[in-house]
Design a protein around this ligand. Structure first.
Ligand SMILES: [Zn+2]
Length: 260
């Protein structure tokens, strides 16, 4: 079946001298694999739109049982993050995660929109902390995949999850303990868990409930963002049952630059 669709390349594999095999994230068809002939050649008119992290309009035709790029016209290149190693490596991490969570032949409109919003912030919103963009991506993606944490009801007794300054967040149960259950808390009941402060519960609630356009408009202190970042990252790793090579690269770049 031929497809005309918008999409963004989330993975590319070189094939021989001049060709590429692309994984394109599309709204209506989910992840699509397409062969792009000759796009390594400087003369190829499809070359600009057949690169990683370029949002484009693709015309894909079925040829010898596989999809092949007929035409590709770029719409947004996200220039602002391409020359910045840290930002680019964070985009690579987002792409590796999407490769894990997105499926073929399914509607991935929300995941695609999330990726585009985060790439836009990486490119154009230098005032937003990278850790906030990363945390929002991780948590929002988990919400899209049906793992929105429940901060209203206790994961143990199901009553209203009132708590004082901090409580326990369970990655496994996707929620928190109320204050009376926290007093009786036994670590073996919630092995995949960590302490969470009131401020970080508020930040996570905000990200979960806000529209994507507003999810990055949250003022958070440097100490709270460290905790937020730890929890969102480990929540995603727990739910997707995978560790990410690109995340290690992102962190090693941050460390080498001495950034937070
Ligand atoms: Zn409880």
């Amino acid at each position: 079946m031929d497809i005309t669709t918008e999409g963004i390349v989330i993975r590319e594999t070189l094939q021989g001298e001049n060709d590429k095999l692309l994984t394109i994230l599309t709204p209506q068809h989910g992840k699509v694999t397409a062969f792009a002939k000759g796009v390594k050649k400087i003369s190829s008119k499809n070359a600009p739109a057949c690169q990683l992290f370029v949002f484009s309009e693709y015309e894909l035709i079925e040829k010898f049982g596989r999809l092949t790029v007929k035409t590709a016209v770029s719409k947004e290149l996200f220039y602002g993050m391409r020359s910045d190693m840290t930002r680019y490596s964070l985009a690579c991490y987002f792409a590796e995660v999407l490769n894990r969570t997105c499926v073929e032949n399914d509607n991935e409109t929300e995941a695609l929109r999330l990726f585009l919003n985060c790439l836009y912030a990486l490119s154009n919103k230098k005032e937003i902390k990278l850790s906030l963009i990363k945390s929002a991506f991780e948590l929002k993606l988990m919400c899209i995949n049906g793992f929105m944490p429940d901060f209203d009801n206790c994961i143990s007794c199901s009553r209203n999850a009132d708590y004082k300054s901090s409580t326990l967040f369970s990655f496994e149960e996707s929620g928190i303990l109320c204050s009376s259950c926290l007093e009786k808390f036994n670590k073996s009941s919630f092995p995949y868990s960590c302490t969470i402060s009131e401020q970080v519960v508020d930040a996570m609630k905000y990200i979960c409930m806000s529209q994507q356009a507003k999810m990055l408009m949250y003022n958070i202190s440097d100490s709270d963002i460290k905790e937020l970042s730890f929890i969102c990252e480990n929540y995603l790793i727990h739910k997707t049952e995978k560790t990410y090579e690109t995340l290690k690269i992102y962190k090693s770049i941050l460390n080498s630059l001495g950034e937070k």
